[in-house]
Design a protein around this ligand. Sequence first.
Ligand code: CMC
Length: 391
Amino acid sequence: TGAFTYDPGFTSTASCESGLTYIDGDQGVLLHRGYPIDQLAEQSSFMEVAYLLLNGELPTKAELEKFDSTITRHTMLHEQLATFYRGFRRDAHPMAIMCGVVGALSAFYHDSTDITDPRQRMIASHRLIAKMPTIAAMAYKYSVGQPFLYPDNSLSYTGNFLRMTFGVPAENYVVDPVVEDAMDKIFILHADHEQNASTSTVRLAGSSGANPFACIAAGIACLWGPAHGGANEAALNMLREIGTVDRIPEYIARAKNKDDPFRLMGFGHRVYKNYDPRAKVMQKTANEVLDKLGVTDPIFDVARELEQIALKDDYFVSKKLYPNVDFYSGVILSAIGFPTTMFTVLFALARTTGWVAQWNEMISDPEQKIGRPRQLYTGPAQRDYVAVDRR
Ligand code: CMC
C-alpha cells in the first residue's frame, strides 16, 4: 500500500521537463525546438535536424560544415566489431543484431563512457549518430551474405548509408538523388518524438548513470515492439496480406471486432487524436518516390484506399484513429528496396539523434534523479514460510 498515483501506461504523468519537442495531439502539431516538422522535412536536412536537436538552434553554415565533418570522422566502426557480427546467425532479425552491436560499443569506446564529462558526452553522441548507418548497413549486408562496405566520407550522411547498404565492392555505386532525398526525409520524420516508450527507456536507463551505448541499446530493444517502432514492419506485412483493394472491408471489420486481436497497423496513436503530421509528409513523399522511380506497387493503392475507408468509418472516427508515421513509410522503403525486417532498423538509426539529445538534456538537468516509479501492491499479505514437504 502507499499513497501513489496509479497511472498505467503513464497517460497523464510528465516524467521530465524538456525543451526539445512539442506535440499538440489534438491539433496534430509537432515542433522540434519550435520548428514545425513539415518545414524541417521539406526544407532542412537530417544533419541539420540532428544538430538542432542536440544543440538547441539551427546551425549556421560554418557550424553545419563543422558538425558534418565531425560526424563524418566517426563513421568507421572498430574493426573487431566485424567479427562480432559473424557470431550471429545469417537469418537473425537485424533488430536483434542492432541491440547486441550497439550495446557492445561500450566495450570498444571506453573513453566515451565517462558521463560526468560534458565533452565526452558530446563525443559519445557524435559517435552514436555517426556509427548508426554503418552498423545498420552491416546488419543488412550480413543478412544477404555480401561483404561489409567501409564508409565513404565524400558522401552525405544519407548517401553514405545507401551506398554501404546497396553498394558492392565490384561496382561503383551511384547514389540516386530521389532516393537520397526521400531517405533523408524519412530520417527527419523519425528523429524525435518527445517521451515515447523508447525515449523514456533511454532516459530511465540513463538515469542510473549507465553509459550512453548501453542506454541506446535499451532504447533499440524497446523500439522493436510492434506497438512502437515495429509497427512499420507490421504495417507493410499487413498491406501485403490484404493485397488487393477488394479485401479491405474484411480487414476493417476485423479491426473493429472486439473479439479479434487484429489492429490496423500504422493506425492510431497515444498522443495524436488527429492526423499525425508526419504521416502527411510521408504520404506525399510516397507519391513522389513511386512516381519518380517509376514503381507501381498495388500496396500503395491498398494503403490509400484503406485510409479513405477508415477515415469515414464510425469506429475509427469516434476513437480518433488516424494514420500514423508508420502507415506510409513502408511503402517508400519497400520501393527503395529494403526488406521489411530493415524498417525498424531505419527508425532506430534516425531516432538515435533524439535519444542522444534527450539523454544529454537529462544528464545536464540539475533536477535529474534516478527514475524509480512506485507501484500499487496487489500480492499476498505477509505470511510464514512453509517447508517444501509440508506444502
Ligand atoms: N486498430 C483498431 N483499433 C484500434 C487501433 C488500431 N490500430 N488503435 C487503437 N484502437 C482502439 C483500441 O482497441 C481501443 O478501443 P477501446 O477503447 O474500445 O478499447 C481504442 O482504440 C484506444 O486504443 P488504446 O490501445 O487504448 O490506445 P493506446 O494509446 O494505448 O495505443 C497505439 C496507441 C499506437 C499502441 C495503438 O493505436 C495501436 O496499437 N496502433 C497500431 C500500432 C501502431 O501503428 N503503432 C505505431 C505508433 S506511431 C510510431 C511509434 O510511436 O512508434
